[in-house]
Design a protein around this ligand. Sequence first.
Ligand SMILES: NC(=O)c1ccc[n+]([C@@H]2O[C@H](COP(=O)([O-])OP(=O)(O)OC[C@H]3O[C@@H](n4cnc5c(N)ncnc54)[C@H](OP(=O)(O)O)[C@@H]3O)[C@@H](O)[C@H]2O)c1
Length: 338
Amino acid sequence: MSSGGTRTDAVGLGLLGCADIAIRKVLPALAATPGSGLRLAAVASRTPERAKEVAVRFGARAVTDYPELLTDPEVEAVYIPLPPALRAPWVRAALDAGKHVFAEKPLTTDPKETAALTALAESAGLVLMENYMFVHHSQHQYVRTLVADGAIGELRTLQAAFTIPPRPATDHRLRSDLGGGALLDGAGYPVRAAQFFLGDDLTVLGASLKPHETHDVDIAGDALLRHPDGVTAHISFGMEHFYVSRYQLLGSTGQITVDHAFTTPPDHRPVIRVDRHNHQELRTLPTDDQCANTLTHFATAIRTGTPTDTTTSIAQSRIIETIRTAATARTGSMETSR
Ligand SMILES: NC(=O)c1ccc[n+]([C@@H]2O[C@H](COP(=O)([O-])OP(=O)(O)OC[C@H]3O[C@@H](n4cnc5c(N)ncnc54)[C@H](OP(=O)(O)O)[C@@H]3O)[C@@H](O)[C@H]2O)c1
């Protein structure tokens, strides 16, 4: 504790589910960032052996199961990287247990759930943060400043894409009961990019979803969004694709392209391409660790008692649901478009 009474010790974090994203990215970043203000206290898995293995690897304690993690006194905050459809009940249980929550994206599969959970967190004075790491990478603020300074004239449209290669047949992304599909798994990145540059007030003008051949999920989609001032965003997402993680801002006098935009590794030096009439400029920026920045942001919000801004999560949830509605309304149902 500091003399003023504000706690300065690291927030004890509990991992609820030993997900690939936790083991491969979030926990290594946590271990490599001692100043983040978080420390891994406990690990829970459906499989006790798995919890032990991960706990030993990252210097924490294994607990018996998910419910035990939520009553663990050392756990002040819970990281929830479960498949999308399982997230809402566990986020609610964690908030009900008085824990702050760091949840994978999308926060829920239903905008009503997102609104209810963010309201619950607010009324309980708890931090609830959805894990969109890329917004914590300094390259995007740099681009935002470029646009504000008129580097491409007036912004006309944003084009953004997040597409990944096929996943194994056992992956939760291929199970509709677990909230699978490209819309829920991948659309959030380009939609979040549109929100970052255009704002949350976006209308869905049209959308398309492509169904999987054999599984009851969508594997690809596109949507056209529009801000009231007329600036548009064309977003693409998919999970049987060449890997793309990119956005472009098209303006009246130029264009900005950012590659490796959403999952930028900490050792990657971003190269921002600015095209103007007869002229192309490549601006190489310093490396930045979006995962470490995100964790630090979460811990700071907890220790300073500053709720994170959840309006963007609420708006995004609504936009994603509207994309689904627009795509199915266009074809009667996604199935009929096969
Ligand atoms: N923010 C980012 O950059 C980022 C990157 C990748 C993924 N993600 C998101 O993170 C989430 C997890 O993705 P992932 O690739 O890490 O998935 P994953 O490896 O399949 O992990 C999901 C975990 O959930 C737990 N789980 C509980 N019930 C389950 C069930 N019925 N079926 C499957 N798993 C169950 C499992 O942990 P136990 O068995 O240990 O309990 C499993 O390891 C997804 O929503 C994805 O969109 C975010």
